[in-house]
Every structure is written in structure tokens, then in C-alpha cells.
Design a protein around this ligand. Structure first.
Ligand code: NAD
Ligand code: DAU
Length: 402
């Protein structure tokens, strides 16, 4: 399969996509009725549910048309990339994007085209707010990206992770059950399988063994989704991807942290011996996999989406330095993360067999494109790094702050 051209940006919204950061009540979308379609209350709800379901899961039947989709966490790194992916690939889909706009959100990443349009509405709010969540339904499908996503923060403040990642997912599932959806896709992670030794890969059948509060909260959410499928018939499915990288990733995660620190000439903090291994996946490949699972995946199923490219953290740091023409003395070994998982690796054969998905980006090329993006968009990350981030950084990396 040919490698796609790596752009330093991922494109813009189609003509007419809208962007709004109004308070969530004010930004609530119009009721889900288009001209000529009867009000939901006047239609047999069971027929509506069946109709919504029938749009999905038609394997090999092409794109699903005219969907009203609730995306949560769609102002975050992967969620916003997914929204931009839909703008390119499914421009006729209506997207209601529910995001709390936490520190990790980047609503400007959705602001590329701001002309008024009903196709994309950003609603500021919490997935754990049942009234708000229910007010966004009915919908044909839900894709849940919203989460507290950083392992180090889960070690400092686990409670927040339980609330958003577990309770929040439960609230979304309750609404999906109440109103009926065609699909509920939970965006999950390889971390739920726990830590591997030097050999082996995890398939979807591998028992879950999460070891950080973050991973445990994601595993709990996965179990909830599958339980709502088995118990209540909610057409829920789960994708579990490996580590993502690409433009606009918050610089608390390894790759953007290394790249932006190197651009500043600051130390590159590497935990422990630096030999922990991650399997890297370009964010656009993850978005392609999520869309394929949403349209063609089977309810009740889990799909691993692995990048297939394993690297130690030291190898990643070395590659970043090489791409920037900087030198190894910038690397500093700092105390290890508590409970640091040694290695993650996924067997993604099921996604290839059932969804026809495989990653298209190679790590070497796409890392170069990613590094170029951070080099060309200094304003973006300098703005983040000049705010409360500085306190976070000083707390996490005291030995790197002069
Ligand atoms: P991120 O931290 O960049 O974005 C998370 C988004 O969720 C933010 O926009 C934030 O404002 C929003 N959010 C947080 N709490 C919320 C709440 N209570 N209600 C509504 N919105 C809320 O995360 P990301 O890296 O884009 O990850 C997205 C999803 O993918 C997460 O579920 C994560 O567990 C999963 N995942 C991430 C990776 C990765 O490498 N980054 C890999 C596998 C899976
Ligand atoms: O595996 C998927 C997961 O990948 C996602 O579910 C998480 O949301 C995402 O945060 C990520 O978790 P990791 O803990 O693997 O990613 P992180 O970028 O935090 O760290 C990657 C590796 O780099 C890990 O072994 C820890 C190490 N590291 C990280 C940081 C931030 C360092 O050595 N130094 C650092 O400063």
C-alpha cells in the first residue's frame, strides 16, 4: 500500500463547517429534525432504532450516509483529528462535539473554517452531566474520545480519571440505551492489557491487566460498554489503539515534549533506563481505523489498532534529536514513573481481516512530518507552555528546571 503524503497540517473544515465556544446551553444544537422528516416523537421509537442500526455494519457496502454523530472529546488531540478526518471523508455528516474544554483541549484546531453551518457544533460540557448528555440525543451514533488521558496525571489525581473515564462513559451509555443509537464506539487503549515482556503481542482475547489508574479506568469503561451490549443490546464496540503521535498533541506526552524541549534547547527527560517500549501509530491512521470500526465493525466486538512500529523511548529521543540536528547530551535520565509499564504491543490482525484496516504511515517518515509541524507552529506550543503548564512541568520534572 502506498504511503500517503505527510502534510504538516491535516487540512481544514469543508465549506460551511461551524465553530462555537458558546456556553453549552446556548450552543445546544437544533432538535434533530430536517425538512420533511417527522418529529421523533411522532414516529415509532422501535422503528427509529432499527433504522439507525441498519445504517451500520454493512461490511464492504461503502460509506454510511447522512449520519448525525455525537463525538465527545472532539477538541482533544485524537478527537479533533477525527473531526477533521470526517470533514474530509464524510462532509455530509452532522457532528455534535461535546467537550469540557479541559487543559488538554485545543478548540482552535477546529476553527479552520468558521462560516456558520449546522454541520459541526461544539458544545462545551461534561460527559458526566446526564441532563446535558441526554439533551444532545437522539443521534445515529456516538464516538467517545472524552477522557483524562495522561498516565502521569492519573498517578497524581486518580479520582478525576474515575469520574470522567468511568462515570462519564456510563452516563453516555445510559443515554445511548434510552434513545437508541446505531453504534456506540468507545475509543480505548492498548494499556488495558497491561505490561509485556520482551516478546509477544496482545490480541483482543488477551485478559485485561491494567496497572495504572488511567489504564484501570479505561478498562472499566471498556467492560461497561461491552456489558451494555450484552445486557441491554446497546450496539457498543471498542477500539484499542497503541500510542498516537502527530500534530497538535499536548506537550505532556512523550513525542511533543521531546520535540518542543529540543526546539527550546531544554533537557529531554527520559524516565528510568529509557528502554520501555511503545508501539507508535500516527493519529490519522487511528482515525481511519475508528471510522472503519464505526461503519463496518460488529457490535460487542473489540478491535486492536496497532501501529506495528516498536521503539524504546531512547530510540525515539535519538530520532527526534537527529531530525532536529541536535545532540544527545540534551537527554537526561529522570526518576522512573511509578508502576511504569515496560512494553505494549498489539496483534491487529482482526482489524485487517474484518475492517480492511492497516496503518499507512511509517514511523520514520511520519515522525519527520510531525517534527516539522512543531517546528513550523512554534506559536501553538509556546502558548501552551507559557501558561499553567509551567507549574505542571516544574512539579513533574524538578531536576530539569533551573
Ligand atoms: P486528550 O487528553 O488530548 O483529549 C481529551 C479530550 O477530552 C479533551 O479535549 C478534553 O477537554 C476532553 N474531556 C476531558 N474530560 C471531559 C469530560 N468530563 N467531558 C467532556 N470532555 C472531556 O486525549 P487524546 O490523546 O486525544 O485521547 C483521546 C482518547 O483516546 C482517550 O479516550 C484516550 O484514552 C484514548 N487513547 C489515546 C491514545 C494516545 O496515544 N493519546 C492512545 C490510545 C487511546
Ligand atoms: O498506549 C496508549 C497510551 O499512550 C494512551 O492510552 C495514553 O492516553 C497516552 O498518554 C499514552 O500513554 P503512555 O504512558 O505510553 O504515553 P507517554 O507519552 O506519557 O509516555 C510514553 C513513554 O515515554 C512511556 O514509556 C513513558 C515515557 N516518558 C514519558 C514522558 C512524558 C518519558 O520517558 N519521559 C517523559 O517525560
Amino acid at each position: 500500500m502506498g504511503k500517503p503524503h505527510i502534510r504538516s497540517d491535516e487540512g481544514t473544515a469543508p465549506k460551511g463547517a461551524s465553530y462555537s465556544t458558546k456556553s453549552f446551553r446556548a450552543a445546544l444544537p437544533e432538535p434533530i429534525r430536517s425538512k420533511g422528516r417527522p418529529a421523533p416523537s411522532s414516529v415509532n421509537p422501535h422503528r427509529l432504532k432499527r433504522r439507525r442500526r441498519a445504517r451500520f455494519g454493512r461490511r464492504g457496502k461503502g460509506k454510511v450516509k447522512a449520519v448525525r454523530l455525537i463525538v465527545t472529546g472532539g477538541a482533544g488531540f485524537i478527537g479533533s483529528s477525527f473531526v477533521r478526518h470526517l470533514w474530509r471523508e464524510r462532509p455530509d455528516w452532522e457532528i455534535v462535539n461535546l467537550d469540557l474544554l479541559t487543559y488538554a483541549a485545543d478548540p482552535e484546531s477546529l476553527a479552520a473554517a468558521t462560516a456558520a453551518s449546522p454541520k459541526h457544533t461544539l458544545v462545551r460540557g461534561d460527559i458526566a452531566d446526564a441532563d446535558l448528555v441526554q439533551s444532545l440525543f437522539p443521534a445515529d451514533a456516538v464516538v467517545n474520545f472524552a477522557a483524562e488521558s495522561h498516565v502521569d496525571r492519573s498517578i497524581v489525581k486518580p479520582g478525576l480519571f474515575l469520574r470522567t473515564n468511568v462515570v462519564g462513559t456510563g452516563v453516555l451509555l445510559d443515554a445511548a440505551r434510552k434513545f437508541g443509537v446505531g453504534r456506540f464506539l468507545q475509543v480505548s487503549t492498548d494499556e488495558v492489557y497491561g505490561s509485556l515482556g520482551a516478546e509477544g503481542r496482545c490480541s483482543e482475547e488477551t485478559p485485561l491487566a491494567p496497572r495504572s489508574p488511567y489504564a484501570a479506568s479505561k478498562a472499566a469503561a471498556d467492560h461497561l460498554c461491552l456489558s451494555y451490549h450484552h445486557t441491554f443490546g446497546v450496539p457498543a464496540l471498542v477500539t484499542r489503539s497503541s500510542n498516537n503521535y502527530g500534530p497538535r498533541q499536548f506537550p505532556e506526552k512523550l513525542i511533543p515534549l521531546l520535540v518542543t524541549n529540543a526546539l527550546e534547547g531544554s533537557p529531554l527527560p527520559i524516565y528510568g533506563d529509557g528502554l520501555n517500549v511503545r508501539e507508535w501509530l500516527h493519529v490519522t491512521d487511528n482515525c481511519r481505523g475508528i471510522l472503519a470500526a464505526l461503519e463496518r465493525g460488529r457490535p460487542g466486538q473489540v478491535y486492536n489498532l496497532g501501529g506495528g512500529e516498536e521503539r524504546t523511548n531512547l530510540e525515539v529521543a535519538g530520532e527526534v534529536l537527529r531530525l532536529l540536528g541536535a545532540t544527545a547530551p540534551l537527554i537526561v535520565h529522570v526518576p522512573d514513573r511509578l508502576g511504569h509499564d515496560r512494553r505494549y504491543a498489539l496483534d491487529s490482525a482482526k482489524a485487517l481481516a474484518e475492517l480492511g484496516w492497516r496503518p499507512q504511515f511509517s514511523f520514520g517518515e511520519a515522525l519527520a512530518g510531525t517534527v516539522a509541524w512543531y517546528r513550523e507552529n512554534e506559536g501553538w506550543w509556546r502558548r501552551i507552555k507559557s501558561g499553567v503548564y509551567r507549574e505542571y512541568y516544574a512539579r513533574m520534572y524538578p531536576s530539569c528546571v533551573s
